[in-house]
Unconditional design. Structure first.
Length: 183
């Protein structure tokens, strides 16, 4: 008798069949993850960081910046919707979303996503070759900028409250945190 193995992981095709329910759905290594819609402090931080990244990358015609929801498709079993994405290779932009690892992914923490963003996503993003991963935390008013070194993220810049963050890999990128955190 032949051995039959059931595959319980999802593919991109199955991911596309998930109904739009206002929540964020992702698959990492074929495993489905869902998060509720973000809170206002999360949205404020997203708006502030998007503006900074837009001015630094798109205004200089050096890339494209996207905000959620947009699919970043790494593999047929790795599809995520990061809060912010910076793409330098415009050929990665398709009708489906972003195909392959972008230059930068920014995740903004929510109480329900802290472990997922810090551990699961960080590990998988590094394995999939995302060069830069930033974590913004509206509750602690911190920004942590990580760089992929050998498949692991190493902190290369950070700031808190109203500090200015200088990133060693992006000359001219002024990250003024006073414009990120709502008063």
């Amino acid at each position: 008798m032949a051995k039959v193995i059931l595959d319980t992981t999802l593919t991109y095709r199955e991911y596309c069949l998930i109904p739009d329910d206002g929540k964020r759905h992702e698959i990492l290594e074929g495993i489905h993850h869902m998060a509720p819609a973000p809170r206002p402090p999360h949205q404020d931080a997203s708006k502030g960081l998007f503006t900074i990244l837009f001015v630094s990358f798109e205004k200089r015609r050096e890339g494209k910046v996207y905000y959620a929801p947009i699919d970043v498709i790494f593999t047929e079993r790795d599809v995520v919707q990061p809060d912010l994405v910076v793409v330098m290779q415009l050929t990665q932009i398709s009708g489906r979303g972003i195909e392959g690892p972008p230059l930068l992914i920014v995740e903004i923490l929510s109480p329900s996503t802290i472990e997922y963003d810090r551990r699961v996503k960080a590990k998988r993003y590094a394995e999939l070759g995302v060069p830069h991963y930033w974590i913004a935390d509206p509750d602690t008013r911190t920004l942590e900028c990580y760089k992929n070194e050998g498949g692991r993220y190493v902190l290369c810049a950070s700031g808190r409250d109203r500090e200015a963050v200088t990133h060693p890999d992006f000359p001219g990128l002024d990250i003024t945190l006073s414009s990120v955190w709502p008063e």
